[in-house]
Ligand binder design. Structure first.
Ligand SMILES: CC(C)(COP(=O)(O)OP(=O)(O)OC[C@H]1O[C@@H](n2cnc3c(N)ncnc32)[C@H](O)[C@@H]1OP(=O)(O)O)[C@@H](O)C(=O)NCCC(=O)NCCS
Length: 169
């Protein structure tokens, strides 16, 4: 049995791209309310999973959700639509990291895709004894990744304060 690397050739282990997650789900009747719209709690569960996988891929650790920033629901997602979640690690602080997610719904019959939600959550990587454990910093490559990295520090300041953390890498 072969044991192939998860990374495409030439991709840096700690680049943002290397741990990005795209998760695709179909909205089924059990996921919806009486109006046939996806339940908010069900969507938050999907977001949590997509983001936890990105955090775990980046750190190689089991990652737990430490906090969830505000989540707004701008558009209903309907029964039978497809939900696409894209998550990536924006910045590592020490043992914690900010992960962002963008959610889209796809109407397969109409061939349209609508951006419905974005959110940030903080995950903490734990070792096998359940102790918070530092991870390597992400390597940002694109303009969007550089911007998210910078803005993540401002968001952390609002969440928990930065302590001694500066923008130097
Ligand atoms: C998150 C958790 C591991 C933090 O443990 P702790 O003993 O407070 O550890 P520390 O004080 O060393 O903090 C560890 C990191 O978490 C961060 N952190 C803790 N609480 C946080 C919060 N509410 N929001 C954002 N970051 C937080 C700290 O800033 C620190 O980050 P850093 O190392 O990058 O500077 C612990 O509170 C826990 O296990 N919570 C439950 C997690 C869980 O079960 N999640 C599922 C929710 S149902």
């Amino acid at each position: 049995m072969s044991n192939d690397s998860l990374l495409p050739d030439g991709m840096a282990r700690h680049s943002v791209r290397a741990s990005q997650v795209e998760m695709t789900e179909l909205v089924l009747p059990n996921d919806t309310n009486q109006l046939g719209n996806l339940l908010g709690g069900r969507l938050m569960h999907m977001m949590d999973i997509a983001m936890a996988i990105a955090a775990a891929r980046h750190s190689g650790l089991v990652c737990v959700t430490a906090s969830v920033d505000r989540i707004d629901f701008h558009h209903p997602i309907r029964l039978g639509q497809v939900v696409v979640l894209r998550s990536s690690v924006n910045r590592v602080f020490r043992t914690s990291m900010e992960v962002g997610v963008k959610v889209y719904c796809e109407d397969i019959r109409q061939g349209t895709r609508t951006h419905t939600n974005s959110a940030y959550m903080t995950f903490v990587g734990l070792n096998e004894n359940g102790v918070p454990t530092p991870s390597s910093q992400v390597i940002t490559e694109t303009e969007d990744e550089h911007r998210r990295f910078r803005e993540a520090l401002e968001r952390r300041e609002r969440r928990v304060g930065t302590g001694r953390m500066t923008d130097d890498r």
